[in-house]
Design a protein. Structure first.
Length: 94
């Protein structure tokens, strides 16, 4: 029983170290955590892939890209809201 518990704790520690770049990216609030976690899961077993994921997780986001993404999201939400208002107004006319 003790050997099983030690192996389970060791397996959890190895998994935590393996997914460390994904965990750090999530804690830092990166925008593309899912993509980074996918890269980490698929290529983390190579040392190079793990270090690329770690670099990506620790590298700050480009502020211009963040502003551009936020603007695009707001614009998309505004279009959806206007479309919903127009649909509702058109349905009340009939």
């Amino acid at each position: 029983m003790t050997a099983f518990l030690i192996r389970a704790v060791f397996a959890l520690a190895v998994a935590a170290v393996y997914f460390l770049p994904s965990i750090l990216a999530d804690r830092k609030g990166r925008r593309n955590v899912l993509l980074l976690a996918l890269l980490n899961a698929l290529f983390g077993w190579t040392v190079m892939g793990w270090f690329v994921a770690l670099y990506w997780a620790l590298h700050p986001d480009n502020p211009k890209k963040i502003v551009r993404t936020q603007r695009t999201v707001r614009r998309t939400q505004a279009h959806a809201t206007v479309d919903a208002i127009v649909r509702r107004a058109m349905s009340r006319r009939v």
